[in-house]
Design a protein around this ligand. Structure first.
Ligand code: IPE
Ligand code: IPE
Ligand code: MG
Length: 230
């Protein structure tokens, strides 16, 4: 990936876990398990490529509408950080969370908080786990705080400073795997000028080659931010 422009903030909608499992005649939960494990591999590859922030969409505010058994299983997945967190420390990856912490099980919330604390000095990559996350919910919570703090002079930066991602740069490249071509309420404001990349590969299969392909495509894009080409 030499001589390539690498996105500082890469965001991925990791979709297709259920279909991946179905193709193998397995339960959807198996796809979620393998999908969650793939995050670590892609985090290492992103870090090595020079990405600074990797945001992964793992559970949306809309995913609560799934059957209780599937939701319960998804809620338990972050618990793998309990045993894996030392690997993240060793690999210099800071793990943070975006989204709500007030509706998920306490054990899951505690794991996010512990992971953030244990990896707080890591500098190689920020891995932003978006879990019980939705852009509309994030904005609503931000607006509530703005009103509570009686902020009167609202600048562009003020709005961003009230989002969960307040310390992160805007998204440069947003990848959605799994074949759908929509954003499903993910980092909508943060991706205002992100390059969008959609692929059919199902998330548990998403590989080093797929990441590389995405970066090649990103390098072909002309980012004008509303300006004109000189
Ligand atoms: C993505 O995989 C993970 C979550 C949304 C939690 P899906 O569970 O949406 O998998 P498909 O899209 O049904 O294949
Ligand atoms: C988006 O996938 C949410 C996550 C990947 C966490 P979904 O499978 O929930 O999205 P829709 O329902 O196809 O838009
Ligand atoms: Mg899906």
């Amino acid at each position: 990936m030499e001589n390539m422009k690498i996105p500082a903030h890469l965001a991925i909608i990791l979709d297709g876990n259920g279909r991946w499992a179905k193709k193998r005649n397995r339960e959807r939960s198996y796809g979620h398990k393998v999908g969650f494990e793939n995050i670590y591999k892609i985090a290492l590859l992103s870090r090595d490529a020079g990405v600074k922030v990797l945001s992964v969409y793992c559970f949306s505010t809309e995913n609560w509408s799934r059957p209780k058994g599937e939701v319960d299983y998804l809620m338990s997945l972050p618990l793998v950080f309990k045993k894996d967190i030392n690997s993240y420390v060793k690999e210099d990856i800071k793990v943070i969370h975006s989204g709500r912490l007030d509706r998920i099980p306490k054990t899951t919330k505690d794991i996010f908080e512990e992971s953030e604390e244990k990896t707080k000095d890591c500098k190689g990559l920020i891995l932003n786990i978006c879990f019980d996350y939705g852009s509309l919910d994030e904005l609503k919570r931000g607006i509530e705080k703005i009103i509570e703090n009686k902020v009167e002079d609202i600048k562009d930066d003020t709005i961003f400073s009230y989002l969960d991602t307040k310390n992160l740069p805007p998204v440069d490249l947003l990848i959605r795997c799994g074949g759908e071509r929509r954003l499903s309420n993910f980092l909508l404001l943060q991706s205002a000028y992100a390059e969008l990349y959609f692929i059919d590969v199902l998330w548990p299969d998403f590989s080093k080659e797929d990441l590389h392909e995405a970066f090649i495509e990103y390098n072909k894009r002309d980012r004008r931010y509303g300006g004109i080409k000189e």
